[in-house]
Design a protein around this ligand. Structure first.
Ligand code: UDP
Length: 421
């Protein structure tokens, strides 16, 4: 029986559909986070509704994941993919549709956990309209992102203002690492309530097979030196740094470089993939570099397990789920010395950190781990232990659930103002 104290909650993720296939254009960590947190909270007894924007006519309006956990797709703007920088104009409609859904279903969400600044804006409107409490996870901070990109989008001013407002007004902000909290304080505002609750991973899904068994299934030679990248094709992910690093590392000729992740031809991720493919070809690396495309739930654990090491060369990374997935698979990670990677990777214990965009440093780090298989194994064991201890989804959801309960006890009921909605 569900404890009566555990109520309906809304997870809002306007642009990151928790029910969508991961790895599609702009689908990444946020989709995984919302879906996993939602399902884990539901297993703990909460009634979880996850709201997202309907981005395809073919998508169902409601997807049921568990008896008490569903994704609800609201129609706001065209039912097609719209890049997140162009979604702001559809937010008022999204908010209206959410209120309409409440009216029709008779549910009022006393607490909304919003994800990314677009959803933060919707959450702030709900707070004004009906007093819903707000918990917010940024996933990415404009103030950090705009420091590392050349062209600042038109929406930047609106985004920065919304990110400051939510920090100062939400009942609680979730930072996924101490580094992210520090950025909020130094770059956004000194005001507001911040708790650190990390992202998680499914420790049952990863780490269930040996390197050799995984290689056999994937047709990879037992003695190959496998260097793995998993993630979106986006210039900020730093895949170019990894390619150039492998090109100069001493093990170049023995390495098998696998660059995993989906992309759509003609879209911006497709262009980045073409750019990376051209670099691979120009450097004469095509013979030992593969692009297996989108890795699904079945193949992803195999790739992580088969790899000698996983590289996360991002220019910036607020958390970086790929890192803890690889670590959960007993695979050490070499990451950029930025953001959440400084929190998840313990240098010399679970992997190594290198300055971002420094291909020489990445090459040296790759060489060090490939040269010493017993050290690689030790790093892998310690990586798995760290994930078990700190980064399981159930543990993360437990911490979030406790927080929700505290907030709901402090301020029990949302204002019942549906009539005015
Ligand atoms: N992912 C996947 N298959 C792929 C590429 C990525 O399932 O082919 C998943 C990956 O396992 C991870 C998420 O997409 O859970 C990426 O999250 P991360 O935080 O590393 O990066 P983001 O995309 O949020 O920048």
């Amino acid at each position: 029986m569900m404890p009566t104290s555990k109520k309906h909650i809304a997870l809002i993720s306007v642009h990151g559909d928790p029910a969508i296939e991961i790895g599609k254009e702009e689908a990444g960590g946020q989709n995984v986070y919302v879906r996993q947190v939602g399902e884990a909270l539901a297993r703990q007894g909460w009634q979880v509704d996850m709201f997202t924007r309907k981005a395809s006519v073919a998508d169902a309006a409601i997807v049921k994941h568990l008896p008490n956990c569903r994704t609800i797709r609201l129609t706001a703007g065209p039912e097609e993919f719209v890049s997140r920088d162009n979604l702001f104009e559809y937010l008022p409609k999204f908010g209206e549709e959410l209120l309409k859904f409440q009216q029709q279903s008779g549910i009022i969400y006393p607490l909304c956990h919003t994800n990314y600044w677009l959803s933060a804006w919707v959450g702030m409107q709900l707070k004004k309209r009906q007093g819903s409490q707000q918990v917010h996870t940024y996933h990415s901070l404009g103030a950090v992102k705009y420091k590392s990109v050349g062209a600042i989008p038109l929406i930047a001013t609106t985004r920065l203002a919304a990110e400051k407002a939510v920090l100062e007004t939400a009942e609680k902000i979730i930072a996924t690492s101490p580094q992210e909290k520090e950025h909020m304080r130094s770059l956004v505002s000194q005001k507001g309530q911040i708790d650190i609750i990390p992202c998680g991973t499914d420790i049952r899904k990863f780490g269930g097979m040996t390197r050799q068994a995984a290689r056999q299934q994937l047709g990879i030679a037992p003695d190959a030196k496998v260097v793995l990248y998993v993630g979106r094709f986006d210039p900020r992910k730093g895949i170019e740094t990894l390619v150039r690093a492998v090109n100069i590392c001493q093990h170049r000729q023995d390495v098998q470089l696998i660059i995993g992740g989906g992309s759509r031809p003609g879209q911006c991720d497709g262009m980045e993939r073409d750019r990376i493919t051209n670099i691979v070809n120009d450097l004469g690396m095509a013979a030992f570099t593969t692009f297996p495309g989108l890795l699904d739930d079945t193949t992803l654990p195999l790739y992580y397990a088969a790899a000698d090491l996983c590289v996360v060369p991002s220019h910036y990374e607020p958390f970086g789920l790929v890192t803890i997935e690889a670590m959960a698979s007993y695979t050490p990670v070499i990451g950029s010395d930025v953001g959440g990677l400084k929190f998840t990777i313990l240098p010399e214990q679970t992997g190594l950190l290198c300055p971002p965009q420094d291909e020489v440093a990445f090459a040296a780090a790759i060489d060090r781990i490939l040269a010493d298989p017993s050290w690689r194994d030790r790093l892998g064991q310690q990586a798995r232990a760290r994930v078990e201890e700190m980064f399981s989804w159930d543990g993360v959801a437990e911490q979030l659930g406790t927080l929700y309960q505290q907030l709901l006890q402090e301020k029990p009921a949302a204002k019942r103002s549906l009539a005015s909605a």
